[in-house]
Unconditional design. Sequence first.
Length: 384
Amino acid sequence: MPAIPVREVPATVGPRAGDPVPVPPPVQEPPPPIPVPPDQDEPDVDEPPPYDIPDLPPDQEPGTPPPIEEPPANANAGVGFFGRLRAGLQRSTQRLTDNLTGLFTKRPLDEAALEELEETLIAADLGVAASRRIVEKFRRTRFGKQVSDEEVKLALAEEIAAILAPVAQPLVPPPGTKPFTVLMVGVNGTGKTTTIAKLAEQWRGERRRVMLAAGDTFRAAAVEQLQVWGDRTGSPVVVPARTGADAAGLAHEALDRAVAEGMDVLLVDTAGRLHNKSGLMEELRKVVRVLRKKDAAVPHATLLVLDATTGQNALQQVKVFREMVDVTGLVVTKLDGSAKGGVVVALAQEFGLPVHAVGVGEKAADLRPFDPRDFARSLVGLDQ
Ligand SMILES: Nc1nc2c(ncn2[C@@H]2O[C@H](COP(=O)(O)OP(=O)(O)OP(=O)(O)O)[C@@H](O)[C@H]2O)c(=O)[nH]1
């Protein structure tokens, strides 16, 4: 196997043994896509043909991030993360609350109103099971009563938060686990690379030493993108020697380097598509197998990154990726551009997998640990 180069961080920003780890400058913007020259050394290696994973959403073209709906004009309004979350979820909130307004104030809560409530919740992507659960609670506690819009929102927020609470688990590298190794999986364009950068930024800010591994070896642009993020966050990046190099070999090499260099965290990017679903499954399983050979506990976490704009497709993606790898937690991105933020509730109800973080924008500060109360109140349009 050819040697896998490690892109070293310039001495001015990279940590040295014994030095305090500098806090990297805030990440301002995601790196622009970088044109990739044809690989002169490897004329035989072709880009894989368009992928054909029948169970994944058809609207995600290979290599093309899904279009993000225009965010609302006041998307950056508000103070702090709650304000961003609230602004980011505005489309989802509108979708949910438009039909609720006046639903119960015009009449006491009867069967027809409950049915309308259920339809509204399902249309807002909360999923059938969660919607039924919420409606049942309303039936038990409020049937026959006249309730104001505000009361409805409060009760909804409470119920949604109760569904979300068990899954809201921030991802914290446990003390003594070094390097805490995280495998990032998900369909292309969902935000894996950006999420890696955001986590790297966050953990470097906590003075942890972070290494990145560019495991999406077929997409040279993805490798370049991770290198840019590595430079920006001051994290060394292990890159493949050539396009299409063995991803498992790269992950193995990265783990060796991370151990040798005393890294606290290793974040491994992976491909979101290959020739077909079984090709992707084979590759992801091989990456895990090879890592486990080195250390049975690795990867310590396997995060599936989901794009909220895909709505109910996200549920399908969880099912497909769980067939491939042992998904330990979820990150839901692009809540800022989506009217389908309710899908987080459906994911919580259906799978009960930890939701570690949500993304409400492209900047480093736009990824935060998932707070059930904040999310629920934002989703129904209540203030903090
Ligand atoms: N609005 C918004 N955009 C995001 C968010 N997270 C990621 N993006 C954008 O989504 C696009 C795709 O993100 P990537 O990180 O490249 O996705 P990926 O899954 O790594 O995809 P590949 O690199 O193609 O494998 C980029 O333009 C990101 O800036 C988010 O929370 N909100």
